[in-house]
Ligand binder design. Sequence first.
Ligand SMILES: C[S@@+](CC[C@H](N)C(=O)[O-])C[C@H]1O[C@@H](n2cnc3c(N)ncnc32)[C@H](O)[C@@H]1O
Length: 282
Amino acid sequence: MLTIARDLLKRNSSPAFFGHARSLWRLSRFYGRLSKWYWSFFAGHTIASFFVKKTPKIQSFPRGQASELVTKLQRINVFAPTAMCRVMTGYGSDKGRGWHNYTTIYSVLFGKFRGAPLRILELGLGTDNPSLASSMGENGKPGASLRGWRKLFPRGLVYGADIDRDILFREDRIETFYCDQCDSQAIRQLWSQPALREEMDIIIDDGLHTFEGNISFLESSLEHVRPGGIYVVEDIVREALDNWRDVLETQYTKRFPGYEFALLELPNEANPWDNNLRRRLD
Ligand SMILES: C[S@@+](CC[C@H](N)C(=O)[O-])C[C@H]1O[C@@H](n2cnc3c(N)ncnc32)[C@H](O)[C@@H]1O
């Protein structure tokens, strides 16, 4: 029914009018989703968070030298939704307060970048092709989190990369590229793109979610984070936590002596499996 109405409008109006109507429609859907989530989840959890406090379990590397920022992250109530959670959920990303609650951490971790002309790259656009690994399913919204970052960082340039060429797109302040994170040549090609030559303030790996894939992307991408920047790996499954502890302790702290690495396990009543992050600061 909606498709018929859209086709009718497209045929009988100017391209400019159709463009405006489509933007309005998208905006109303965004706010529709947001208000539904707001009332069913956000408001309830915000009130409940006055009584319920859940904090992340954090291990920092080198051990025993946690920075002020890590100490601050340790005190975050990850049960309490933030404005960043609202935005991400509104665009259809699962980073917000629900299946994951990463945005409770990002609200503090990325706080210093608010309003700055930052550069952020996220691996993993959120394919809606169910036959691909780490798909968001048929109802997925490719580019959801990139649009969220654009909204949250009004002066930021947002870049994305994904193995699914069908969902790559370009919009105002967003540019996306092909990359297979398991293929070192593809990663080198990604970083050779003229738009990506300047260092990033934030890199997020929300792609394949395997330990090998994470390490492969990290190995060729860490050098593209500028000093003071942040590199995050999302969705670390519990089974991979020991591998991460091991490589961080025995390899990365030695290879990158000026850096701080931290492993965060976020309690989440909806997801006890892969709600863990690894982040690096220097
Ligand atoms: C969980 S989704 C990303 C969700 C999105 N960041 C969001 O928050 O809305 C994971 C994405 O990783 C992509 N992916 C899977 N394997 C990959 C690989 N080897 N290299 C790069 N991207 C991959 C999938 O195509 C999918 O789009």
